[in-house]
Design a protein around this ligand. Structure first.
Ligand SMILES: NC(=O)c1ccc[n+]([C@@H]2O[C@H](COP(=O)([O-])OP(=O)(O)OC[C@H]3O[C@@H](n4cnc5c(N)ncnc54)[C@H](O)[C@@H]3O)[C@@H](O)[C@H]2O)c1
Length: 246
């Protein structure tokens, strides 16, 4: 087991990649804090973690809220005493031409996709510094590497995660903490209501493997970075994207 007795928080773990990551980490021996803004789906993932024989805690919190995130982490520390691994996975999409993006759209997309990474990471990092170990993994996107039209706000948030990752890795490496990002290509989840077939087809044509990814394939990248296998990797972006060439 590659994560034996580790304590992991996975945000947005009620569905998609967060759920797949929670279940894979649990199979590898970790206790899982299942966060989601959706209480019902968080509870469902937690039940599946429990069925794998691992301790778990479902916490409904909106990670774009600084106060709610602090409350969540206090609750985790009270129950588990520490956080070894944080997976900043919660995110939302929004398809809109640049000129149609409202101030409200901009603030919402930046808050949920980028401010959440600040909120969660800052809440756990002091404990990691004190223990001289920790793993922080944030889910970016190919949109944050290459830019995606009609996703300018989303691309800016996901690109922000890349810069956040590189900067923080330099600041906390001295404490034995690794900070990395995973930037998936298109993955088959319910994200943004699920991509229409026409977009999936376009993605397949621009991808050397000729298919979209599965949530378990992104979870595997997170496991690599969270486990001892990733012990000498920090400040990096791992992009499981099927060979996307744009
Ligand atoms: N699906 C893709 O093609 C794709 C590609 C690249 C990157 N991503 C990124 O991967 C991550 C996971 O996406 P997914 O495809 O699994 O999506 P998903 O919609 O299946 O799951 C996202 C989860 O996050 C939760 N969530 C949303 N806002 C939240 C908030 N404020 N606080 C807490 N939880 C919240 C949702 O309730 C949901 O359960 C996201 O950051 C997304 O931007 C997705």
């Amino acid at each position: 087991m590659r994560l034996k007795d580790k304590i992991a928080i996975v945000t947005g773990a009620g569905a998609g990649m967060g759920k797949a990551t929670s279940l894979l980490f649990a199979k590898e021996g970790a206790s899982i804090v299942v966060n989601d803004i959706n209480e019902k789906t968080a509870g469902e993932t937690a039940k599946e973690v429990e069925a794998l024989g691992r301790p778990t805690l479902a916490i409904r919190a909106d990670v774009s809220s600084y106060a709610e995130t602090r409350g969540m982490v206090e609750n985790v520390l009270a129950q588990f005493g520490r956080v070894d691994i944080l997976v900043n996975n919660a995110g939302i999409g929004d398809v809109k031409k640049f000129i149609e993006i409202t101030e409200n759209d901009w603030d919402r997309i930046l808050s949920v996709n980028l401010k959440s990474v600040f909120n969660c990471t800052q809440a756990v990092v002091s404990g990691m510094i004190a223990r001289r170990s920790g793993r922080i993994i944030s889910i970016s996107s190919v949109a944050g590497l290459t830019g995606t039209p009609t996703h300018v706000h989303y691309s800016a948030a996901k690109g922000g995660i890349v810069a956040f990752t590189k900067a923080l890795a330099k600041e906390v490496g001295q404490y034995g903490i690794t900070v990395n990002a995973v930037a998936p290509g298109m993955v088959e989840t319910g994200f943004g209501g699920g991509a229409p077939d026409s977009i999936k087809q376009l993605y397949k044509e621009k991808t050397v493997l000729g298919r979209v990814g599965q949530p378990e394939e992104i979870a595997a990248a997170c496991l690599y970075l969270a486990s001892e296998d990733g012990s000498y990797i920090t400040g990096q972006v791992l992009s499981p994207n099927g060979g996307y060439f744009i």
